[in-house]
Design a protein around this ligand. Structure first.
Ligand code: ATR
Length: 276
C-alpha cells in the first residue's frame, strides 16, 4: 500500500517539499506519496488527529505550526525541545508522533557547502532577524562556535530570542545601522522578511567579497541578493537549506541518504516554471 507523507502549513500550496520528496521516492523506488496539506492556524491538534487517522507515516511542519505541534508529540528530541520548534514528525510504533527539528542541521549542512566548505567555528557571523526562522539558525551557529551578533529592527525581540535559547554574551544591534558599522563580520545570514514585499530591500554596506546567506529562495530572495551582489557580496539563497532539511527528514523516515543536488535542480526548474 502507498505510504502517506506530507507537509502541514498555511499557506502551503506553493511548497517545494512535494517536488523534493516525490523526486526522491521515484529515485529510490519507494511506494509513497507526499502531499501539501493546508491546516489553519489554531487547528494544529485537530489537523494532526485527522492525518493520524488517515494513516500518515511522516509529516513536515511549516508555518504557523512549528511551535504548536510540540504539544501534540508523544516524544520530542532534545534539539527540538531546546528550540521550541518541530519541523519533522515521525510516526512511532505505538501510533503517536515523535518530533524532530531538521532546520538546524539542514542549515549547517548547506552553510558548509556554500561558504567555502568551512565550518562557522571562529567566524564572525551576523544574523539578521529574530523571528521564528532565526531561532534554528542562531542556535546552530552558536553551537558551532561562531562569534555571533544578532541584528533586528525590534531589539527587545532579539534579546528575548537570546534569553530563550540561552545564547549568552551575544551582541544585539539595530538592523541596518548596526550592520553598516560592523566591518569585522565574515558572514551575514538574513532571516528577515524585509525585501519580500515589492519596493523594499536591505541596504548593504560594501561586501568586499564577504558572504551573505539568505534563508529565503525564489522571488523572495531575489531583490536582497541582487542588491548584495551589486555591493560586492558573495551570495547563496536558502534553497540548499530547504533541500538539506528535507534530506534529514527523508533519512529519518527511510534510513536512506537522498541526492541533494538532483533535488536542487528539480526545485530550480519548478521555480522557473512558476515564474520565479
Ligand atoms: P519568521 O517566523 O519567518 O522569521 P517573523 O516571526 O514574522 O517571521 O519574523 C520576521 C523577521 O523579519 C523579524 O526579525 C522582523 O523584525 P521585527 O522583529 O522587528 O518585526 C523582520 N522584518 C520583517 N519586516 C521588516 C521590515 N520591513 N524591516 C525590518 N525588519 C523586518
Amino acid at each position: 500500500m502507498t505510504q502517506l507523507y506530507g507537509v502541514i502549513g498555511d499557506p502551503v500550496s506553493h511548497s517545494l517539499s512535494p517536488v523534493i520528496h516525490r523526486g526522491w521516492y521515484r529515485d529510490h523506488g519507494i511506494d509513497a506519496d507526499y502531499r501539501a496539506l493546508r491546516v489553519a492556524s489554531g487547528e494544529t491538534a485537530s489537523g494532526l488527529e485527522t492525518l493520524t487517522r488517515q494513516g500518515f507515516r511522516g509529516l513536515n511542519v511549516t508555518l504557523p505550526h512549528k511551535s504548536a505541534v510540540l504539544d501534540a508529540c508523544q516524544t520530542v528530541s532534545s534539539l527540538a525541545a531546546r528550540l521550541g520548534a518541530v519541523n519533522t514528525l515521525r510516526r512511532t510504533s505505538s501510533g503517536g508522533w515523535e518530533g524532530e527539528n531538521t532546520d538546524y542541521g539542514g542549515f549547517l549542512d548547506d552553510l558548509a557547502e556554500g561558504v567555502d566548505g568551512t565550518s562557522p567555528r571562529g567566524r564572525t557571523v551576523l544574523v539578521l532577524g529574530a523571528g521564528g526562522a532565526a531561532r534554528a539558525v542562531a542556535l546552530a551557529l552558536w553551537d558551532s562556535g561562531a562569534r555571533l551578533t544578532l541584528a533586528n529592527r525590534t531589539l527587545a525581540r532579539a534579546r528575548t530570542l537570546c534569553a530563550d535559547l540561552g545564547l549568552e554574551g551575544v551582541e544585539v544591534i539595530d538592523l541596518e545601522a548596526g550592520m553598516a558599522r560592523r566591518r569585522d563580520v565574515d558572514i551575514v545570514v538574513n532571516t528577515t522578511s524585509l525585501g519580500h514585499a515589492a519596493g523594499e530591500a536591505i541596504t548593504w554596506p560594501a561586501g568586499d567579497g564577504r558572504f551573505v546567506y539568505d534563508i529565503s529562495y525564489g522571488p523572495a530572495a531575489g531583490p536582497n541578493l541582487e542588491a548584495a551582489r551589486a555591493s560586492g557580496w558573495r551570495t547563496r539563497d536558502g534553497l540548499g537549506m530547504l533541500v538539506a532539511q528535507a534530506a534529514r527528514a527523508f533519512t529519518l523516515w527511510f534510513g536512506l541518504e537522498p541526492d541533494r543536488s538532483v533535488a536542487m535542480k528539480r526545485c530550480r526548474t519548478a521555480l522557473e516554471m512558476a515564474g520565479g
